[in-house]
Design a protein around this ligand. Structure first.
Ligand SMILES: [Zn+2]
Ligand SMILES: [Zn+2]
Length: 479
């Protein structure tokens, strides 16, 4: 996208006549500074072929979605490149990872805890639990911190300053050179005004104002990351029961297998996430689909159990990336982990029972890619701003109407939301409008560069976000 604020200078250079990149602007003295010239030119630029071509990449990310794109990239890197000798990243990863494991088992720490025992080898705990837990936790933490920094830098610079001051004054902060802390807290230099308009909601999460709240969110998320490690262990043990290790993991799966598997895992995940989530959002006293298939007292009990489990996550109406897994342990296991891990276990089980393990069994490479992409999507959906990598406000809409009668977007893949008519339209319309406004803005900046006429403040602020400023706490949750 074109740079924003730097184009103010030509006002002077135009007057002195040193600068004439656009010949149209030299026509008359008044029109040189007429903002309408930029408006007209921007309309023409939007029709130009190269301008449309430049928009294709962001259109692709937005329509394919971040999960599919992460998966595609990782596949091409890990699976397809494996056929080209020097690019065998998967084999290299396995041998490097095995080296690390060897070095770890030789340490005194591993020896004391008997982690070097040959009896543990057949469980492949390193490959199946350590690598998965470390890489998913790292993905969660790094995206969440980047998004938090982004949030503070662009929307709450005064809070970033405050955190920087606090960090410098803290015990740990005094051990770190001041310039390092300055660098860590100020990676971006410009683009502030441009980024401000990526925000979907008008309100702030309390954690960005109140460090007690932030500490609570962080504690809860760390606990849930530990819980996830335990659940990964259970999933791995389940996979081992099926002879998962029987095939050679360095051999990559056939190229058509991962897409088919991931599609089915996506559907299984959507099903097992959608229904409990839908039940949790059915307001007390009203009838949902579950009342049609279950005796009413069971449906009511189930409703209040799931609603209670899901309460913590919906304490906030405003989204914040780091709070993606801010939820009860029950929710973490039942909503976030179980639906994601069920697919890989099921496909392996079916392949095993039907003697197709070699081709259709769950492969470690696909499992890694799937779990990493799942974690990344979960955090991205909670960032609360529009980017090409984010679901464009779908989950913000879900938090907005959480427990009301207009509650929408309960699924992950959108399959059941489409079938049962619970898909929100506001986020889709909002994303379309935002995209159009963004393109207009880009065209205006190019027009300004060509004519040398600076943009007016209104032209710079083409992108408007709907202002919604309710209280951030959802009162319906706190009854
Ligand atoms: Zn929910
Ligand atoms: Zn959420």
């Amino acid at each position: 996208m074109a740079s924003t604020t730097r184009n103010r200078k030509p006002l002077v250079s135009n007057a002195s006549g040193t600068h004439s990149s656009g010949s149209d602007s030299d026509a008359g003295g008044v029109s040189q500074f007429d903002p309408q010239v930029n408006e007209q030119l921007a309309t023409e630029i939007q029709r130009e072929r190269w301008f449309r071509v430049r928009k294709i990449p962001s259109k692709i990310t937005r329509s394919i979605g971040p999960v599919a794109l992460c998966l595609l990239c990782l596949w091409s890197v890990l699976i397809y490149t494996n056929h080209y000798g020097p690019l065998g990243y998967w084999a290299a990863f396995i041998s490097r990872s095995t080296d690390y494991r060897k070095r770890f088992t030789e340490t005194g720490f591993a020896h004391k805890l008997r982690l070097d025992s040959p009896a543990l080898n057949r469980y492949s705990l390193w490959r199946g639990v350590v690598v998965i837990s470390v890489s998913t936790s790292f993905t969660y933490i790094s995206i969440a911190l980047l998004a938090l920094r982004h949030e503070l830098f662009h929307w709450k610079p005064e809070m970033l300053e405050k955190y920087l001051r606090d960090a410098k004054a803290s015990f740990l902060g005094r051990l770190v050179p001041e310039s390092w802390l300055n660098y860590l807290f100020n990676i971006y230099e410009s683009g502030h005004a441009k980024r401000t308009r990526d925000r979907i909601q008008g309100r702030d999460h309390r954690a960005t104002d109140d460090h007690h709240e932030l500490a609570q969110v962080v504690r809860c998320v760390l606990r849930n990351l530990l819980v996830s490690t335990l659940v990964v262990f259970v999933m791995w043990m389940a996979l081992l029961q099926t002879g998962f290790e029987s095939h050679d993991i360095v051999n990559v799966p056939r190229s058509f297998v991962p897409p088919v598997q991931i599609l089915s895992w996506h559907l299984i995940g959507d099903t097992f996430y959608f229904f409990p989530h839908y039940v949790a959002h059915t307001p007390r006293g009203s009838q949902g689909i579950h009342h049609k298939v279950l005796p009413s007292f069971v449906a009511d009990r189930l409703g209040s159990f799931l609603r209670n489990a899901h309460k913590t996550h919906h304490r906030s109406k405003a989204n914040l990336a780091i709070a993606a897994w801010y939820c009860s342990v029950t929710e973490q296991v039942l909503f976030n982990l179980f639906p994601t891990m069920l697919g890989p276990v099921l496909t392996q089980l079916i392949a095993d029972k039907t003697d197709h393990t070699k081709t259709w069994g769950t492969h470690l490479i696909t499992l890694y890619v799937w779990l990493l992409a799942g974690t990344a999507t979960s955090v991205l959906a909670h960032t609360g701003f529009r980017t090409s990598w984010n679901d464009p406000g779908k989950h913000d809409e879900h938090h907005e109407y959480a427990f009301g009668t207009h509650a929408v977007n309960f699924g992950t893949a959108g399959f059941w939301d489409t079938v049962l008519g619970t898909k929100g339209v506001k986020s889709v319309e909002g994303a379309k409008k935002w995209q159009q406004q963004r393109q207009r803005q880009a065209a205006l900046h190019i027009a300004s560069q060509r004519t040398g006429i600076p943009l007016t403040r209104e032209q710079e602020l083409v992108v408007e976000q709907p202002m919604v400023d309710y209280e951030w706490v959802d009162k319906r949750v706190e009854e």
